[in-house]
Structures are given as C-alpha cells and as structure tokens.
Design a protein around this ligand. Structure first.
Ligand code: AMP
Ligand code: ZN
Length: 480
C-alpha cells in the first residue's frame, strides 16, 4: 500500500507536482549510467546517490519499482554535441588497452564504488554495445517516418521536424554552445545546428575501434539513441521517471525525448528528475578538467565512504553542492556522533508498533516533499530523542536505513561486539581467579584443568610477576 502522496520537481513542467505513475503502485524508472572510460568522480556519484535515495524512498513508500540503467561503452564524444573524440577511444589510448578492456575495467570500478557507497545496482544494467540491433531498428523507423536523414554517410535526427524541440529547457541558439569547444569544427553535414547524430559511418572518427554493420554502412551509434532504446527494451514505450545530472538536460535528454517521441508517436516519460552538480571552488567537478576526486582517494585519505554519502544527503539534490575538505570533516563528526547515539540503544523493551508506524509515516512525508532528506534525517534525530522504547528505535533505525543506507545498523553490531567482549572478559577473569584459588589450595590438577579449558577456547594464560594476563590465540580460532 502506498503510504503517502509524493511531490517531485519535474524538469519538464518546471514545478513541484504530485507524482502519479502510469500504472498504480508501479514505477518504471530509468537512469543514465556512467560512460566507462575512467573512474567515476565523486560528482558523478552524487547524482547516483541521490537517484538511489529516490528509488529507495519510492520502494519505502510502497511502490514496486523497476529501474534500468545503461552503461555507455560507445558513442559518447568529448562534447555532448557530437564533436570531439570518442571518450572510450581516448580512454583506451590513454591506457594502451582496447576499448572493451577499458569498458570492463571501469564498469567493475563503478560497481565497486556503488557497493562502497551503498548505492543499489538497478534491476537492469545494460551496456550500449549489447543493443546494436535495437539502435538500428529505431533509426530505421525514424528514417521511415521522415525524422532522420543521411548526410556525409552519417544518419542525423532532423530537429526541425519537431514543433517543440526544447521541451526540457529554455535554450536559445547562443546557449547551444554548451560543451562545444573552440578547437572543434562544426559538423557541416547537419541541416540544423541542433540536429544530432544517430549513426556514424564515414566521418572524422574513422579510427573508431568498435564498428558494426548497418543498413548505412559499417559504423557505430550516437550516444543519445542508447538511452531511448535501452529504456524501451526493458520498460516499454511509457516511462514514469527519468534521472540524470543537470548537465544531461541539454542536449542529451532533450535529444532522447525528440527521438523517443518521434519513434513512438506519443509522450514518452512524465517526470524528469535532475541532480545538481557537485562543484569545487573552480566550478563543476569534471573529468575533462583533469582534477577530480574518487571514492578510493577519499578512502586513502582515511574517510569512510559512508561519510561522503552523508555529506551528499545533507544537501538538497536540486542545489549545487560545493565540496571542501572542511565540509567533509564536519560530516565525519556528525556521522560519528549519530553512530554513537544509535550504538547506545539497548535491546530493552518491546517494539511499539503504533509509534513505529507513526514515525515511518513522518519519515515518508519528509521525503515525499521533493526528496527532502535533511528533514527525513531530522525525523531520525527526533525519534532517537523520543520516549519510545529502545526496541522501537532500533526497528526504526533499520527501516530508515533502508532509504538512507548510511550503514546505521552497523552501530548495533559494534554494541553487540562490545557486549560479547565484555561477557568474554568477565568469564576469563572468573576462571583466572578460580585458578588462583586452586593454586593457593595446592590443587594444581584443577589449576591445570582451568588453563586447558581456556586453551581449548583459544585463550592463553601467562603468569607474570604482576599477575596472570591473558590473550586470545588467533591460530587457535580465537580473537585477539
Ligand atoms: P558520465 O559518466 O560523464 O556520463 O556522467 C555520469 C552522471 O554523472 C551523469 O548523470 C552526469 O549528469 C552526472 N555528473 C557529471 N558531473 C557531475 C557533477 N560534477 N556533479 C553531479 N553529477 C555529475
Ligand atoms: Zn542517457
């Protein structure tokens, strides 16, 4: 059952509106995946963290979500406007490897980053190179319907055939310079500046490593077509929500809408969810600038990836977020004190089902307001302060962490470990004093028996001038 009405900012309508999926209780969700030519930077990962919270919130609220993500392993050029070098090829050259080796390596690295940041892997993850027949089919239909043309042996989408091309953004001609570098000449095959490549055959990118046969000659797909095809392959022709970073709004998502709706002849996706950028003081964190931070680098510097996740959760997804080391250090303190609070919860009392349901509702309502995670975290703090039983609090921490995924329940384990350690220490100390008493009574047989009994449990005793000390012998399966 759906707990509460959800309101989301929709880039398409430029307002916060009620989220109503096509099919009651079910959500078809799509995320633009990484271009696997390099490590994901923590800016890219900000987008994936926020999308992860969106998905987990929808599930928490009672929706049955199917989420699909592509892996871009071909066709993404250094400028999103189809100019420059293919990013995958550039990555392969940089590392003297093949494009497929690069793709495999950085896809695995991305998955590992997701694991470290507790980002759930979408239900379907599909690399673009798996779907060449689907791309060719969509392009054939676009040509048949008159929405595409061939020029210079490439296939282009004709944006002049649409009444409304800029459905997502209020772009104008000058703003179209986004991503176009001065040193890159314009593609003279294009009839209109905003037209984009669906299929490359003969072009200045002839050195492309991966090529496939097509009705237009051997070549490779453009970047935008992959998300339209991969989403339709797994979610059908109607989608509820499409996600990405704000830099995807134009041209990538604008082009996705153009070709998908030209292909299907109807509206494609109802809600567009865009995450604002992670910036450094020099502007957007980006790989092309060469200076970017990765999760591994944060770890090398001693930061728990959960702290970076919390750093992201504390800011609203629609606001730009500036990364600073001081900012991250502040979050370390916040995270540690939260974990301590949770670690202090005992297992006393029984779960008060009504109180749990009321807090779950408050938590859902906070997130229902355009994914307001900081208010949801306030609900968590209020709950921890409340006079409900510790057992109820533990249950709620578990439930909230299904969405926040901050590893909060690890604080329980730490407490349990501490409790086990304390119980073990008490037992060993008791045995040591029994042994001491046995020795005093010259009952050496009993004293040896105690030593053997402990040794069998992996606990070694050492008699010193200061008294008997003990340690746990790891080779014997004990803990030290
Ligand atoms: P890419 O691997 O370049 O295709 O980007 C993967 C995702 O990261 C896309 O959704 C981008 O919009 C997003 N992205 C890129 N740079 C940033 C940034 N600095 N902050 C947040 N998201 C970003
Ligand atoms: Zn995409």
């Amino acid at each position: 059952m759906i707990k509460t009405k959800t309101y989301l900012y929709n880039t398409l309508t430029k307002k916060v509106e009620e989220f109503i999926p096509n099919e009651e209780g079910r959500v078809a969700m799509y995320t633009c995946g990484p271009t696997v030519y390099h490590f994901a930077h923590i800016g890219n990962l900000r987008s994936y963290i926020m999308e992860d919270v969106l998905e987990k919130y929808l599930r928490f609220d009672g929706y049955d979500v199917k989420r699909v993500m592509n892996i871009t392993d071909v066709g993404h050029l250094s400028s999103d406007g189809d100019t420059g070098e293919d990013k995958m090829l550039a990555g392969a050259k940089r590392e003297h490897k093949t494009v497929m080796d690069i793709a495999r390596f950085y896809t695995d690295a991305f998955m590992e980053d997701c694991r470290k940041l507790s980002i759930k892997i979408p239900d379907v993850v599909e690399p673009a190179t798996n779907c060449i027949p689907e791309f060719i089919h969509m392009i054939e239909v676009l040509l048949e319907k008159g929405y595409a043309y061939t020029a210079g042996e490439n296939v282009y989408f004709d944006t002049s055939k649409l009444n409304h091309y800029y459905v997502l953004s209020a772009q104008n001609e000058e703003e179209l310079q986004v991503g176009v570098r001065d040193d890159v000449e314009e593609d003279s095959n294009k009839k209109n500046k905003t037209d984009f490549v669906l299929w490359f055959t003969k072009s200045k990118f002839e050195n492309q490593e991966l090529k496939w046969d097509s009705p237009w000659g051997t070549g490779y797909p453009g970047w935008h077509i992959e998300c339209s095809c991969i989403s339709m392959k797994h979610l059908g022709e109607y989608m509820d929500i499409h996600c990405g970073g704000v830099d995807n709004i134009f041209p990538h998502h604008t082009n996705e809408i153009a070709q998908s709706e030209a292909y299907t002849g109807h509206k494609w996706c109802n809600y567009w969810f865009h995450v604002n950028h992670l910036n450094t003081k020099n502007g957007k964190m980006s790989k092309s600038k060469g200076e970017f931070l990765t999760v591994s680098l944060l770890e090398e510097k001693g930061y728990d990836p959960m702290v970076y996740r919390m750093f992201c959760l504390l800011s609203h997804y629609r606001k730009p977020l500036e990364f600073t080391w001081e900012g991250l250090d502040n979050v370390v303190a916040v995270y540690e004190s939260l974990m301590k609070k949770i670690g202090n919860l005992s297992e006393d009392g029984s779960v008060e089902e009504d109180a749990v349901a009321a807090y779950e509702m408050k938590f859902a309502e906070a997130l229902a307001n355009d994914i307001n995670i900081s208010s949801a975290i306030t609900v968590l703090y209020d709950m921890l302060k409340d006079a409900i039983s510790d057992a109820s609090k533990r249950r709620l921490v578990e439930r909230f962490d299904e969405v926040l995924s901050l590893g909060l329940t690890k604080a329980f384990e730490k407490r349990e470990e501490k409790e086990v350690d304390a119980a073990l220490a008490a037992y060993v100390e008791k045995m040591i004093s029994e042994r001491k008493a046995a020795k005093k009574e010259k009952n050496f047989a009993r004293a040896d028996e105690i030593r053997d009994e402990l040794a069998a449990k992996g606990i070694e005793l050492k008699d010193t001038r200061e008294g008997t000390i003990w340690n746990i012998n790891c080779s014997n399966g004990g803990r030290s």
